[in-house]
Design a protein around this ligand. Structure first.
Ligand code: TEU
Ligand code: CA
Length: 554
């Protein structure tokens, strides 16, 4: 297995809108990021991944880009960006950009041209089809944000495809001109000195030409096999690698909905010549009665089975990215841990241990290092996210489900949980802004904030800091082989890591109960690398306390 800097790195995701506001307009910005670089350096992370900062009308908070080579007005200027980049580099921090090229904004000049006429030079940059008739779209595909994936456009009386909102038309990657534009734009950013790309829904850029109806799920058809891992996906990524990626020392991570371990070896195989690693979603995609809208926690054995499969099947062949949450997921401590006051800190540390000790590159989503929790939504008016707003309309206001049934599900899973402002201190608006934030601050900021946690050596923050530092001193955390133990336990997540003569034992209690555990002989009485509470490891039979986590070294 090759040793590389991005395998050894810890990546921190910044959602700029909610990270830090520098000018009191209530919206996080680039100068805000620059002002917090010392905090990130102190935490010890190596790479910052910025969610999109490009010019955008913000239908989907920047995932709808109208100019790839300009900065969103609300976030600042290109000078602010250049300053941030050089300040980050001066501190040894690398910067990875979000690359959103499955679609653009409908306000991108390519699309504004494209929709004008069938003969326009940009027409074929997007995916246009005739409807079945005037009122029926070309097929039954649904958009990820609800409704049909096709929008009728009066100008030329045809439909365009949008797998996300109707303000996010899909680019036509089969057009070589589109690939040229995208690759040139990527090289432009690389020449500026950025350190990599996180590629938004990159598994969806190649579509089946015939576009047959999908299987009917929910209210619309699923585009499933026709838009995910499409016919030319690997051809286009290899081309991208050859023409751009391979020319720079950068890291790449593909966001690849629907990816399996087999496919991951193609996308991110050691010698596949495509990407460095992918985000898989199996461990966060527990679907329930209303699709992704569900209020149930994972059964631990199921969660372990998924993660163990990714750990073992990719070993030596491809590289895992490790995450519990991001800007599309609820807060990890609320979802996988326990955000009740008596367990929040312990369970946040337990989750950190469990993730950072696995093989792959760990991602920390802003605020996760503080143990930030889900937001206590009171009414649908609290939502800012297009996905939550549309889902509430589609499921509830239409009368499909009652508010009482749906409310616990949508509030447990809403993406807005992750998007409330980072809690910097206990002053008004948690120190995020001097104005009114675009989305409310979680009312628990007086107890949970960076100022308090950086001062308290026992905080969640300092636990993350320690885990990150340990990774630098212990190559076994990066390169060791993973093996699961106690696979049938519904309470404990236990595994080992092995590298040469070294071996680690990782034990994590995912419940609020005491659990009896028999220590493997080889670890009895051994020293502890890190733990979130005290225990006596000299005995054979020990009691693992609620949300306890420890790592022993053989
Ligand atoms: O998300 C793509 C994706 O996989 C969606 O299915 C995602 O899970 C979504 O949140 C539905 O629950 C990426 C971005 O991360 C997301 O923020 C964007 O909204 C989306 O692409 C469109 O660009
Ligand atoms: Ca601002």
């Amino acid at each position: 297995m090759n040793r590389t800097w991005w395998k050894e790195a810890v990546i921190y995701q910044i959602y700029p809108r909610s990270f830090m506001d520098s000018n009191g307009d209530g919206i996080g910005d680039i100068k805000g990021i620059t002002s917090r670089l010392d905090y990130l350096k102190y935490l010890g992370v190596d790479v910052l991944w910025l969610s999109p900062i490009y010019r955008s009308p913000n239908d989907d908070n920047g995932y709808d880009i109208s100019d790839y080579q300009a900065i969103m007005d609300e976030f600042g200027t290109m000078e602010d960006f250049d300053e941030m980049l050089s300040e980050a580099h001066a501190r040894g921090l690398r910067v990875v950009m979000d690359l959103v090229v499955n679609h653009t904004s409908d306000e991108h000049k390519w699309f504004m041209e494209s929709r004008r006429s069938k003969e326009n030079a940009y027409r074929d940059y997007y995916i246009w089809r005739e409807g079945k008739d005037e009122k029926t779209p070309p097929n039954n595909w649904g958009s990820c944000f609800g409704g049909s994936a096709w929008q009728y456009d009066e100008e030329t009386a045809m439909y365009y495809l949008h797998l996300f909102s109707k303000k996010q038309p899909d680019l036509n990657w089969d057009n070589p001109k589109v690939r040229d534009e995208v690759f040139n734009m990527m090289a432009w950013w690389c020449d500026k000195g950025i350190d990599g790309f996180r590629m938004d829904v990159i598994s969806m850029i190649s579509k089946t030409k015939e576009m047959p109806d999908g299987q009917v799920t929910d209210f619309y058809g699923d585009y499933g096999p026709y838009c995910i891992h499409g016919p030319n996906i690997h051809k286009y990524l290899k081309e991208m690698n050859k023409r751009v990626l391979s020319r720079y020392d950068i890291m790449t991570v593909g966001e690849t909905p629907g990816v399996t371990t087999e496919l991951a070896k193609q996308y991110a195989g050691e010698d596949a010549g495509e990407l460095n690693m992918v985000f898989q979603f199996e461990h966060v995609d527990n679907h329930g009665k209303y699709g992704k809208w569900d209020d149930q926690k994972w059964q631990l054995t199921k969660l372990k089975k998924i993660l163990t499969r990714w750990q073992t099947e990719l070993y030596g062949k491809a590289w895992n990215s490790l995450f519990w949450d991001n800007h599309d997921q609820p807060r990890a401590v609320s979802r996988f841990g326990d955000d009740r006051q008596e367990y929040r800190e312990a369970s946040a540390k337990m989750l950190a241990t469990c993730l950072h000790m696995m093989q792959g590159s760990p991602y920390i989503y802003q605020g996760e290092e503080l143990g930030m929790t889900n937001y206590p939504f009171r009414s649908p008016d609290d939502f800012r996210d297009i996905e939550s707003i549309n889902a509430y309309k589609e499921w509830c206001l239409s009368g499909n489900v009652s508010h009482e049934d749906f409310w616990p599900c949508i509030t447990f899973r809403s993406r807005d949980n992750a998007r409330t402002p980072v809690q910097w201190d206990d002053s008004e608006q948690a120190g995020f802004t001097s104005g009114t934030p675009w989305i409310p601050v979680n009312p628990n900021y007086k107890e949970i904030n960076a100022k308090a946690e950086t001062k308290d050596p026992d905080s969640v923050f300092h636990y993350y800091k320690k885990l990150i530092a340990l990774r630098k001193e212990n190559p076994i955390m990066v390169y060791g082989k993973y093996e699961p133990l106690l696979e049938d336990s519904e309470e404990l997540f236990v595994y080992t890591r092995t590298l040469d003569n070294e071996k680690l034992l990782i034990v994590c209690n995912f419940t609020d109960q005491d659990v009896a555990f028999t220590m493997p002989e080889e670890f009895t009485g051994r020293s502890c690398l890190i733990a979130n509470m005290e225990n006596d490891y000299s005995k054979n039979n020990i009691t693992v306390k609620p949300y306890e986590a420890f790592v022993l070294v053989r």
